[in-house]
Ligand binder design. Sequence first.
Ligand SMILES: NC(=O)c1ccc[n+]([C@@H]2O[C@H](COP(=O)([O-])OP(=O)(O)OC[C@H]3O[C@@H](n4cnc5c(N)ncnc54)[C@H](OP(=O)(O)O)[C@@H]3O)[C@@H](O)[C@H]2O)c1
Length: 256
Amino acid sequence: MNKLENKVAVITGGNSGIGFGIAEAFKNEGAKGAITGRNQATLDYSTKALGGGFTGIRGDVTNTSDLENIFKTTAEQFGKIDVLVVNAGGVVDGIPMGSISDVTEEGYDRYMDLNLRSAYFTIQKSLPYLNDGASIILIGSSAAHRAAPGMAIYSAAKAAVISLAKGLSLDLLSRKIRVNTLSPGSIDTPVFGKLVPEEHLAQVKQSWIDLIPVGKQGLPSDIGKAAVFLASDDSAFIVGTEILSDGGMTNISLMK
Ligand SMILES: NC(=O)c1ccc[n+]([C@@H]2O[C@H](COP(=O)([O-])OP(=O)(O)OC[C@H]3O[C@@H](n4cnc5c(N)ncnc54)[C@H](OP(=O)(O)O)[C@@H]3O)[C@@H](O)[C@H]2O)c1
């Protein structure tokens, strides 16, 4: 308990799914700080659900002025930041993922913008507001390691995110800032509702469960626990690497 007592955290995309699960886990360990997102209604709802200690800051992570505002506002309210979770990402509004014959140049750019470029500039814009010794957690994906239908660009962006943790750990070594990637497998969040119509939701989730050795999808709280570890001093010797939290899906085959 209280592994993050008085630590100041920013969790992008903390108003939904995995980001909210991480914010809850951080709050339960004594952290305070900010969650971000574009949707004011879910920001308000999630901030209230966290029950004090966290504020909601509206911003689009693909917009660098918004990023600067997020970190400036957090630092003014709470002081310098100890933990940054670069979580916002996933599905681009109104643009379906797809196979190579279907993807447009705009679709390619928007997916890379949300899932790779924004991660890089989220970190860059945070730097003046981070404490030396801070922990940065990039949310990657098991999709970086295992192809899934229609997800090639998303997977490539997440593979690049895993690489960023290495390069940026080196860039930030003199400040003792650790950068690691936490890669979820299939986690039960609202993202599935953005990808498939309601009537196919149960079937799609089941087809993921069929691939997961532990026999169930993960929960945002599962990722929250792993994020607490990477945020805390318990992981002080873990630098520039990746932790997979996927119920064994990437490394274990269920083939009979
Ligand atoms: N669920 C999974 O199975 C899974 C597996 C592997 C990795 N991941 C990764 O985990 C992260 C969270 O996904 P999730 O499953 O929790 O999905 P989610 O419930 O759809 O949450 C996505 C979050 O990102 C925010 N976001 C999206 N676009 C944004 C933008 N342009 N600017 C600012 N915020 C933006 C959303 O907030 P607003 O809409 O309010 O902006 C929301 O908070 C993503 O990086 C995703 O790639 C998910």
